[in-house]
Design a protein around this ligand. Structure first.
Ligand code: FAD
Length: 458
């Protein structure tokens, strides 16, 4: 069986490795850099910068309280950029090593379909290679959406990609879009001393997540000096002196940079899908959500290009299922326990249903909360402002959703994923001993709070 994978992001390279592990002959085609958006201009570089921004903020404002006298603290932006680039190239190199050690053949260039069992790959020098295959997995990813706002083509209007490699930290920035990426950049740049304003069209930031948890993040962003304009629309961006004038439907203000964080859309142009009859809807490849097959059974589409949940771990999970299905295993996608993680300060994370979703679905629910001001480890870390919250089916005691704000929330959520995956009851979490002192004790305590009341709350 020869499987061709188009795109070397976390969807594509994982599916290539999995297919090879199962005995397929695999060829992967990548037109730019292995690791895709995630490793090169997404998950990894943002988190490198966020990590330092948090340390910097802590050193600047909290060092004395932590018992460290360090004199003057200053940010070395060029060194931070070097560190970010070094980590990215280490990880990208790692992907190449993995592909190689798994026997996956690599072709550099842009692939497009020339038949239902054939692609043509064109490299930078316009050389073409024809590759025949039995099955194909498309993992071509996504690109930033540039909204048709007047003045969006002005110098200084940037996307997340440019925001990762600015020459210096701007004095002020307007972030259009208060979703996950917008909030992460707001947390990052405000911690580094930039005057940040988020403009969001909807009434809430990150509207897909639990309102109470997002409220905690909003409070912290405001405390860090971030301006938050919700239910506000940007009408135009004009030049004013050496800066940019952002005009909203309510107000106008001047900034150095405008960051467009208004979402991403599937990138499928250039693949020549029409010619072979693969169905798309508004650019997204239509797939069977269980098997990742397109309307042509031997062609799969995984990750951002199918327009599902645009997350690296979803792309990898879909890549695994597609590879296994293509190799005649009975694997199926199950999205119910997909975590969402936002790497702001505080981190926020969730899995399963929010309170509102559970009620809407018809469940009678119980909710348990535990605030992190009563958790020893959170206080030790100087981050007592968070919360762990359980949403539970009243009649069966089964956990429906878990939502968190606080230190390590993005790591801790995996315990929630496992609980949901195993259809755990609250009683089962309560009877699981959690190490002390850890933030995970707050998870344990929130479970107690569902049944009666937490142990460590008056
Ligand atoms: P991609 O990673 O986009 O990879 C697609 C690859 O296909 C690219 O390398 C591209 O060059 C290649 N390609 C495209 N067309 C062709 C062709 N015709 N021929 C050959 N090659 C082709 N997700 C998380 O889970 N956690 C995070 O913390 C996170 N942070 C993010 C931060 C930012 C700023 C951004 C922009 C995204 C972030 N994401 C995060 C989302 C995550 O990066 C994507 O969901 C993930 O990369 C999707 O993986 P993919 O394999 O589908 O596509």
């Amino acid at each position: 069986m020869h499987i061709v994978v188009i795109g070397g992001g976390p969807g594509g390279y994982v599916s290539a490795i999995r297919a090879s592990q199962l005995g397929a002959k695999v060829t992967i085609v990548e037109k730019k850099h292995f690791g895709g958006t995630c490793l090169n201009v997404g998950c990894i570089p943002t988190k490198v910068l966020l990590h330092t921004s948090e340390l910097y903020r802590t050193m600047l404002h909290e060092s004395s309280e932590l018992g460290i006298d360090i004199g003057q603290v200053s940010l070395n932006w060029p060194n931070l950029q070097k560190r970010k680039d070094a980590i990215v190239s280490q990880l990208v190199g790692g992907v190449e090593v993995l592909l190689n050690s798994n026997g996956v053949s690599v072709i550099n260039g842009e692939a497009s379909f020339t038949g239902k069992n054939q692609i043509c790959v064109r490299d930078e020098s316009h050389n073409e290679t024809i590759v025949d295959f039995d099955k194909a997995i498309i993992a071509s990813g996504s690109e930033s959406i540039i909204l048709p706002i007047k003045g969006v083509d002005n110098d200084g209007v940037i996307t997340s990609t440019e925001a990762l490699s600015l020459e210096e930290i701007p004095e002020s920035m307007c972030i259009i879009g208060g979703g996950v990426i917008g909030c992460e950049f707001a947390s990052l740049y405000s911690s580094m001393g930039c005057d940040v304003t988020i403009v969001e069209m909807l009434p809430e930031l990150i509207s897909v997540m639990d309102k109470e948890i997002v409220g905690i993040l909003k409070e912290e962003l405001l405390k860090n000096g971030v301006g938050i304009l919700t239910s506000t629309r940007v009408n135009s961006i004009g030049r004013e002196g050496d800066g940019l004038l952002v005009e909203t439907d309510k107000d106008a203000f001047k900034v150095d940079k405008v960051l467009l964080a208004t979402g991403r859309r599937p990138k499928t142009d250039g693949l020549n899908l029409e010619a072979i009859g693969v169905k798309t809807e508004r650019g997204a490849i239509v797939v069977n959500p269980l098997t990742m097959q397109t309307n042509i059974g031997s062609i799969y589409a995984i990750g951002d290009c199918n327009g599902g949940i645009l997350l690296a771990h979803v792309a990898s999970a879909e890549g695994t299922v597609a590879a296994e299905h293509a190799m005649n295993k009975k694997s199926k996608m199950d999205m119910r326990t997909t975590p969402s993680a936002v790497y702001t300060r505080p981190e926020i994370a969730s899995v399963g249903m929010t309170e509102e979703e559970a009620v809407k679905t018809g469940y009678g629910i119980k909710v348990g909360r535990f605030p992190l001001y009563a958790n020893g480890k959170s206080l030790i870390m100087g981050e007592g402002g968070g919360l762990v919250k359980f949403v539970v089916d009243e009649s069966t005691d089964e956990i429906l959703g878990i939502h968190m704000a606080g230190p390590r929330a993005t790591d801790l959520i995996s315990e929630g994923c496992m609980a949901l995956r195993l259809e755990a009851t609250v009683e089962e979490v309560i009877s699981t001993i959690h190490a002390h002192p850890t933030v995970s004790e707050a998870f344990h305590e929130a479970a107690h709070a569902v049944h009666s009341s937490a142990i460590h709350l008056p």
